[in-house]
Design a protein around this ligand. Structure first.
Ligand code: SF4
Length: 131
């Protein structure tokens, strides 16, 4: 489910996937990793899978939320969306199929996406976008 947010530069966050694995020192202060631990402790359903403690952490195991994948198709008006605020679509653990579904969901919707990525991935290959 997308959620309203207090982040001033966006309208909603949309997390069809959650969790990630650290791959470089640039991930040392990953806010999502820290937040996932808190959300798990709060009992949030999306954050109950733990990742490998060497690369991830509590509540931060890579998970595809299938029900959320096509959620944008139900949106009636364009909106600014912070996509995958709690994951990284470039995470190697996400399968190519998941990436394609995710990209297709975005492309089908009338959204103004805000995509932040720490990992390189050729989303354009899957979605036909120009990023
Ligand atoms: S790639 Fe991004 S989401 Fe993944 S662990 Fe690193 S900083 Fe966190």
């Amino acid at each position: 489910m997308s959620t309203g947010t207090a982040i001033e530069w966006t309208e909603v966050t949309w997390n069809p996937t959650t969790g990630c694995d650290r791959i470089s020192p640039g991930c040392d202060h990953c806010y999502a990793l820290t937040l996932a631990k808190r959300l798990k402790a709060m009992g949030q359903a999306k954050y109950q899978r733990d990742g490998d403690l060497r690369t991830s952490g509590p509540g931060f195991g890579v998970t595809v939320h299938e029900k959320a994948l096509f959620e944008p198709l139900r949106w009636r008006r364009p909106r600014k969306v912070f996509v995958n605020s709690m994951s990284d679509i470039g995470c190697p653990a996400l399968s190519r199929v998941s990436r394609m579904c995710w990209a297709r969901g975005c492309r089908s919707a009338r959204i103004s996406d805000q995509l932040t990525r720490g990992l390189p991935v050729t989303v354009t290959e899957h979605a036909g976008w120009s990023l």
